[in-house]
Design a protein around this ligand. Structure first.
Ligand code: ATP
Length: 379
């Protein structure tokens, strides 16, 4: 068992910067939890407080029900993998892997056994006699992970471990760390600014901004039901499109951007009614916009016209950069769509996937409804 609990945890740096603000989190046993957010949002500081490398200004951290606020890092039964690997350059891979165990006075036989086992898991047995400078970036990263594995910790902490690798290797190591998680069945907390890494690796994802947790959810829920405009724009690539406009009553409810008008499905009317004749932010993901030759099966589609500004063929799909005349937006359409720059193009918005945000609070207007529905299902 190894769960980690953060109760009202804050970090205030000298000078008053509130880097982490009142964070409550329960990381479950064997869970892979990803902390994600833009640079400076406080994710590394949160991880470093769990590791014991940073003092906690307010609140409590528990590992397996043991309050660890004042427990030094080496006694927390955790292992951390850093972005810069932090390998000892004068030691061989084997010595690097063994070093932490020597410090802990683990007997020689046991040390050798654990090093061998970790090297086999990570496929670095043939590198054991090399020094770090004779390794590639990916191999160094593996040694850094190996050093954590030999410790057999209760909790693994990863701080942007893949950000020094090139794109291809990053994708490969991503899968390897996911496999490692399955094999070791350990609790892992992983920090990244890369939303794709977060989506593909996490059992659950914590999205942070300005030291504050915005939303904690599994990847698909986060994608389908972001609680606010920030989360909606942060998760997904290209990001969700946003358009400012008003909700007007016209035989039902209509979102009116000025140049385009789309009818809102009846299922959202009760929730959106209080917003009638008020400004809102409408959100729709690029993949929920269809060229007119596709998407005719959609039950709640709305036709719009927009001018094509840029066409980006990606092979498996095309990104169309369009404008309503007022608002730019992106559509991700089928690879065989024949679009022309400057033409007015007809498209469908899949209104079943529409999002609406309050202009002032930027909170999702439909989110609370979704949470209520989920709770009702559980009951
Ligand atoms: P990045 O991805 O850039 O590492 P992050 O989300 O991990 O960002 P943190 O490193 O946790 O962010 O930093 C959060 C905030 O705390 C930032 O505003 C940062 O400038 C500030 N901060 C971090 N360390 C210190 C420090 N030692 N003293 C003062 N402020 C700090």
């Amino acid at each position: 068992m190894a769960d980690v609990r953060l109760v009202k945890v804050s970090k205030i740096f000298p000078g008053g910067v509130r880097a982490v603000d009142n964070v409550n989190l329960h990381i479950k046993d064997k869970e892979f939890l990803v902390l994600v957010g833009p640079s400076g949002c406080g994710k590394s500081t949160t991880l470093r407080m769990i590791a014991g490398l940073e003092e906690i200004s307010e609140g409590e951290i528990y590992i397996d029900d043991r309050l660890v606020n004042d427990v030094p890092p080496k006694d927390r039964d955790i292992a951390m993998v850093f972005q810069n690997y932090a390998l000892y350059p004068h030691m061989t891979v084997e010595e690097n892997l063994e070093f932490g165990l020597k410090l802990r006075k683990v007997p020689r036989e046991e040390r050798k056994r654990r090093v061998r086992e970790a090297a086999e898991i990570l496929d670095i047995v043939h590198l054991l006699d090399r020094k770090p400078k004779a390794l590639s970036g990916g191999q160094r990263q593996r040694v850094a992970v190996g050093r954590a594995i030999v410790r057999q910790p209760k909790v693994f902490l990863f701080d942007e471990p893949l950000s020094n690798l090139d794109a291809k290797l990053r994708v490969q190591m991503r899968t390897e760390i996911s496999k490692l998680h399955m094999r070791l069945q350990a609790t892992m907390i992983y920090v990244t600014h890369d939303q794709v890494e977060a989506m593909t690796m996490g059992d659950r994802i914590v999205v942070m901004k300005d030291g504050i947790v915005q939303q904690v959810d599994d990847p698909l829920s986060l994608y389908d039901h972001p609680c606010n405009k920030f989360v909606a724009g942060f998760i997904g690539s290209p990001p969700m499109n946003f358009m400012e406009g008003s909700i007007v009553e016209n035989n039902g409810l209509v979102f009116d951007e000025g140049n385009i008008r789309v009818r809102i499905p009846a299922k959202y009317h009760t929730t959106l009614k209080p917003y009638a004749n008020r400004k809102v932010i409408f959100g729709i993901r690029p993949e929920d916009i269809y060229d007119l030759s596709y998407g005719s099966e959609l039950p709640n589609k709305e036709e719009v016209s927009a001018r094509v500004e840029v066409i980006e063929p990606m092979g498996s799909e095309i990104f169309l950069y369009l404008t309503t005349g007022k608002t730019p937006f992106v559509a991700r359409v089928e690879p065989h769509v024949k679009a022309q720059v400057e033409e007015m193009r007809k498209l469908y918005f899949n209104m079943d996937k529409a999002h609406f945000f309050d202009v002032e609070t930027e909170k999702s207007i439909l989110y609370e409804e979704h949470v209520r529905e989920e709770l009702a299902e559980v009951r």
